[in-house]
Ligand binder design. Structure first.
Ligand code: TRP
Length: 446
């Protein structure tokens, strides 16, 4: 596909909305707040911000520039930008595309759960008085077939959006949903802060406790930064390949990272004051969002409305992330096998639905199918988050730092000041690969 007829995002707002859309997801809303609270509050926040600035942003810039310089997906970008066709580097690209598909298979399941909870909130059944036992209800729901239904609904929504293409699908949906997401965030945060006893929640989130800080804090902060920024598997390369030629890469990467971090912090400001105000225990992951919060909404005045807003927020955040993951596979199929967009979508979504079925049923009908005690869902989550993502991120930084020729990198990073470009390249060459290696080894060996 030539430079001229390749689809591009049409406006600067569209670029920001789409990139923030991929970054802001479940990682911000259910992972970040808890990580902060349990790893020393403000101290972890500081470590996370350092990781985002010095490691995250340079790797985001790399992915964007690989995409825009080559106008291809990560597999094509690695062949195009490496000397002699990058025979080996292409495998790194392939790893990226494969892990994107695997992440999408389990991420879509969780995003599907948010749809069930959204419908229950709207209908009022989530918050009506009665004999609710959130813990049991959540376990029952995820163990049943309804969970598979919602996974398929979610993947169908993705199919429709990516079928409509880059401008009419991805950009348009992001342009509508991202502002709505920010409005929901602000309204909910104000409500939370005004709850009686909100202060304890804010303290849990922000008070720096340096006694909790050790090497593992820093490593978790980096892992969090990576997942949250969506780096490491070519999603951002694909979006970078749709950037207009005058998009400023360093600036876009910084805005995306800044808004992503801000959303994560605001999510904490929404969740923890409410948790403490209602005398609950802060928990992590699915339990926090699908068990603790429904209990809170049931006791809150206007609970059904707040629950609807919250699950809508979670749904929007996860939908725009799944769209970016879908597009990673689609663009690979279009470019590698010269398929029409329709066929590429069918091929990608077919694969993802196949794996998604196994992930969706991992909590019930297929819970006995385990390897090393992990269900299929757990394996996909573990392998991608702990192995593929860090390896992918490290390869991207080595690739752009050492392999891609310097004038190409400099041209893509301009008009950022020369000094800033030098700093980015220095970080990519020396700091990012080593830091990522440290996290990787810690995850594997620890
Ligand atoms: N960043 C998203 C989140 O925070 C998840 C995500 C979307 C992702 N695309 C990705 C993670 C690509 C890694 C790679 O929930």
């Amino acid at each position: 596909m030539t430079e001229e007829n390749r689809p591009k995002f049409t406006t600067r707002f569209g670029v920001i909305a789409a990139t923030v859309g991929t970054a802001v997801g479940l990682g911000n809303i259910w992972r970040f707040p808890y990580e902060v609270g349990s790893h020393g509050g403000g101290a972890f926040l500081l470590a996370n911000i350092l990781c985002v600035v010095f490691i995250g942003i340079p790797v985001v810039c790399s992915e964007f520039l690989m995409g825009r310089a080559s106008r291809r997906n990560i597999f094509g970008a690695m062949s195009a930008l490496a000397p002699e066709g990058g025979r080996w580097w292409r495998f790194a690209g392939l790893l990226g595309v494969a892990s994107g598909t695997l992440i999408l298979s389990f991420y879509a399941v969780v995003a599907g759960w948010t749809l069930e909870y959204l419908f229950q909130s709207v209908s009022g059944s989530l918050t009506t008085e009665g004999t609710h036992q959130s813990h049991i209800e959540f376990a029952d729901f995820t163990a049943g077939w309804r969970c598979l239904f919602w996974t398929i609904v979610l993947l169908a929504i993705n199919t429709v959006v990516v079928l409509r293409g880059v401008q009419k699908g991805i950009e348009k949906v992001s342009n509508w949903l991202m502002p709505l997401l920010f409005v929901l965030l602000v309204v909910m945060a104000v409500n939370s802060v005004l709850l009686p006893g909100a202060k304890a929640g804010l303290e849990f989130l922000f008070r720096p406790d340096f006694s909790h800080v050790d090497a593992s804090t820093f490593l978790s902060a980096l892992g969090q930064a990576f997942f949250s920024l969506s780096v490491g598997l070519g999603t951002l390369t694909v979006y970078g390949s749709y950037f207009p030629s005058d998009t400023k890469i360093v600036r876009s990467a910084s805005i995306m990272a800044g808004l992503d971090t801000m959303v994560a912090i605001v999510a904490g400001v929404i969740i923890f004051p409410a948790v403490f105000s209602f005398g609950m225990e802060p928990a992590a992951g699915p339990q926090l969002v699908f068990e603790v919060l429904p209990d809170i909404f049931r006791q809150m005045t206007g609970g059904a409305v707040w629950a609807t807003m919250f699950f809508l927020l979670l749904f929007i955040a996860s939908l725009t992330s799944t769209i970016s993951l879908s597009e990673t596979g689609v663009s690979f199929c279009v470019e590698r096998w010269h398929l029409s967009r329709g066929k590429a979508v069918a091929c990608t979504m077919g694969f993802v639905t196949f794996f998604g079925v196994f992930c969706a049923l991992s909590f019930g009908p297929m819970s006995a199918m385990t390897v090393f005690g992990m269900t299929i869902f757990d394996i996909f989550d573990y392998v991608t988050s702990n192995i593929f993502l860090p390896v992918g991120g490290m390869l991207v930084s080595i690739f752009v730092g050492w392999v891609v020729d310097r004038p190409t990198v400099a041209r893509q990073l301009s008009p950022a000041p020369r000094f800033l470009c030098r700093v980015v390249i220095f970080l990519l060459r020396y700091i990012c690969p080593l830091a990522i290696l440290a996290v990787f080894l810690n995850n594997i060996l620890g």
